[in-house]
Design a protein around this ligand. Structure first.
Ligand code: ATP
Ligand code: MG
Length: 659
């Protein structure tokens, strides 16, 4: 037909070629990072087309929609077939399409809308408030965020709530019996409002397939070939969806158990091990050559997995490098975050100006967002365009803006925008009542010749405070006065610290499931503040940096340096990779260390290191700035210490003076 001849033999090694050209049937490609799994999947699609399979008969499931698009573009280059003729994307996006078509079969009206994570959480909160007044008032009960996680994990693993709690959330054991009715009520509420949360897109899709034989038949007849990338990160529901559609067993799954990094979302690499039972006659293909990285990077990466306590012999694999020699990974020790950022920037300048590396082939990876703050600031100052893959930039994150507004209001109580931002965080306070409170307080303060913050607790002002906010009001006002007092007597960082530890800290705990991470970020902000001597300078700098970083936020395909969490970098590759914050407590993170289980973090470190093609830098600061003046000493990551020191070089860049 129109498909041009492709020389599969020449483009693939023997192992890849065998997988690409295998007879229709269940196929499992198990191989380490950079061995060409995604490439194999891409060529498999091209191969199927060359055998006369139509694009509409192929279902391609990938980890991001972008990944699907890229693969289909590649197929387009190879075969000339337009990407939009395939069904390709994430489980969620394909589930959404399926539900738009057949959702009515399970009682889901055609015009349902989708809630984002925040909206879903607040709907759950409202539901629980209506079911059981005071549930969230009891400090020992989970907040809406954690409660949502319990229910969500139980759905993604298909474990009853009781079992989920026993296994993953033992701290809620005593109240486990309270939660199933909440889940039921939440379900009912969503149905009444004709809305779906993200988990529904998967669960309803599965339910649809299980309940409606005609729909299942439709999909399995339509999608005669199913291909799944990153199979190690599928959860129970996703694996079941694939099984339901693939009654014909023409399914190819590729994965690497060593890269399973989403178990906190229910991903279970056991799905790989049980694939063969669920699809009898599975042909297993292993690829042991790595095409991505230099032997030096690969030797290092292979050793990361050695220290795994439960290495499974049958899944173990040692990657051989196909490429020529390069430089050893560089472990870079700097004094603090600031020097770390400084090193990265100077090195990037060299790479771009002298070695001709394209900025878009350079990535800075980190375990958690807050680690990247200093890096963002430094890149902005240096005028280097960068792109952050994982959403919102530091100073635009909600809690950062909240706390800045809090301090800004104390600094200037006439600042109504700052006031509105923080007042609206109180229950039942909206823009209108925030305005009214502010107006009355202003009048009253003028009349009494007093500070605005000092009059907030007078009866006149309190009459304007909505009833629902009165419980919080005293601690809210107390925190404002504390911060004001600190601001008069101490350096700016102290005022920020005080704000974080006051009313806002409690608010944060209640408002966000990931409040521990956000708290870390707020502490990072305190560290940043400690460099400024006056509040005026500090606040001005934040505004300026914010504007500047917005300009620097360029479109993802531009020639810009990539900043990304390791999770988001999965499956991708770059010429040069800097991993920053490779210190115990950052990577592995503090929580994993406290929980005594760092295995998922180790796999994450393996994912990070295997993104690099030519150069890999593992940087850590000796002192954490976020602990404030005096700092806190950091140890290099235990993952580094476990690796033979002959496999990397240690670099101690000369200290620089900033003044
Ligand atoms: P990950 O585990 O990180 O997802 P992967 O196994 O999917 O990695 P790919 O991204 O498919 O690996 O391939 C890694 C790199 O090696 C890509 O740049 C790819 O083009 C290249 N590559 C793979 N196989 C070959 C080959 N046979 N010949 C030349 N280059 C190859
Ligand atoms: Mg891949």
């Amino acid at each position: 037909s129109a498909v041009p001849a492709i020389d599969f033999r020449a483009s693939l090694n023997d192992e890849q070629y065998a997988a690409v050209t295998a007879e229709p049937g269940p196929l499992l490609v198990l191989a380490g990072a950079g061995s060409g799994k995604t490439r194999t999947l891409t060529y498999r699609v091209a191969y199927l087309l060359s055998k006369g399979v139509r694009p509409g008969e192929i279902l391609l499931l990938t980890f991001t929609n972008k990944a699907a698009k890229e693969m289909l573009h590649r197929v387009n280059d190879l075969t000339g077939v337009e990407p939009n003729r395939f069904w390709g994307g994430t489980f969620h996006s394909i589930g959404h399409r399926a539900l738009r078509m057949f959702g009515e079969d399970i009682g889901l009206p055609k015009n349902f809308t989708i809630l984002d994570a925040d909206e879903a959480e607040s709907l759950l909160k409202q539901t629980v408030d209506a079911e059981s007044k005071g549930f969230f008032k009891d400090k020992t009960n989970p907040k809406p965020g954690p409660l949502f996680n319990v229910i969500s994990l139980s759905r993604n693993t298909q474990l009853p709530i009781g079992d989920t709690i026993e296994k993953y959330f033992p701290q809620y054991k005593d109240i486990a019996y309270l939660i199933p009715p909440f889940a039921v009520a939440y379900e009912k509420k969503k149905r009444e409002q004709n809305v779906c949360d993200y988990d529904d897109l998967l669960e309803y899709w599965l339910r649809l397939l299980q309940k409606s034989p005609s729909v299942t038949q439709y999909f399995s007849e339509r999608f005669r070939h199913i291909l799944v990338d990153e199979y190690q990160d599928t959860n129970t529901v996703q694996a079941q969806i694939v099984d339901c559609i693939a009654t014909h067993h023409r399914v190819m799954a590729v994965g690497d158990d060593a890269q399973c990094i989403y178990s906190w979302r229910g991903a279970d690499f056991e799905n790989i091990a049980t694939f063969m039972d669920r699809h009898p006659g599975t042909a297993i293909h292993r690829i042991e050559t790595n095409y991505r990285s230099t032997p030096e990077i690969l030797n290092f990466a292979n050793r990361i997995l050695d220290a795994q306590p439960h290495r499974r012999a049958e899944l173990a694999k040692e990657l051989r490098a196909a490429r020529g020699h390069g430089m050893r990974p560089q472990v870079v020790q700097t004094m603090d975050d600031r020097e770390q950022a400084d090193f990265v920037i100077r090195r990037i300048r060299c790479l771009v100006d002298e070695d001709g590396v394209s900025p878009s082939e350079i990535a800075v990876l980190y375990r958690s967002h807050f680690v990247a703050m200093e890096m963002q600031l430094a890149l902005s100052r240096a005028g280097m365009p960068y792109h952050i893959t994982s959403g919102v930039k530091f100073f635009e994150r909600q809690h950062i803006k909240d706390i800045v507004a809090f301090v800004r209001f104390v600094y200037n109580p006439a600042d109504e925008l700052a006031w509105q931002r923080i007042a609206c965080l109180l229950p039942k306070v909206g823009e209108k009542s925030a305005q009214k409170i502010h107006a009355v307080a202003r009048e009253h303060a003028a009349l009494m010749r007093q500070d605005l913050i000092a009059v907030l607790e007078t009866d006149d002002v309190k009459t304007k405070v909505p009833k629902g906010a009165l419980d919080d009001w005293p601690s809210f006002c107390a925190s404002l006065s504390e911060v004001a007092e600190t601001m008069r007597a101490a350096p700016p960082a102290k005022a920020f610290d005080m704000a974080v530890n006051g009313w806002y800290g409690d608010y944060l705990r209640g408002a966000f499931a990931d409040y521990i991470d956000r708290l870390e970020e707020l502490k990072a902000l305190v560290g940043f503040a400690s460099r400024y001597e006056t509040m005026q300078d500090l606040l001005a700098q934040i505004v300026l940096l914010n504007g500047e970083t917005s300009d620097r936020q360029v479109d993802p395909d531009a020639e810009a340096i990539k900043l990304t969490t390791v999770h988001q970098a999965k499956g991708l590759e770059y010429d040069v990779v800097f991993v920053i914050g490779v210190a115990d407590g950052y990577f592995p993170g503090r929580r994993a260390i406290e929980d005594g289980d760092v295995e998922e973090e180790r796999r994450l470190f393996y994912v990070a290191s295997t993104r690099a093609k030519n150069e890999l830098y593992l940087c850590y600061p000796k002192v954490a700035t976020r602990a404030g003046p005096g700092g806190m000493l950091l140890e290099p990551s235990r993952f580094l210490k476990e690796i033979d020191a002959s496999l990397y070089d240690i670099l101690k860049p000369p200290r620089r003076s900033y003044w």
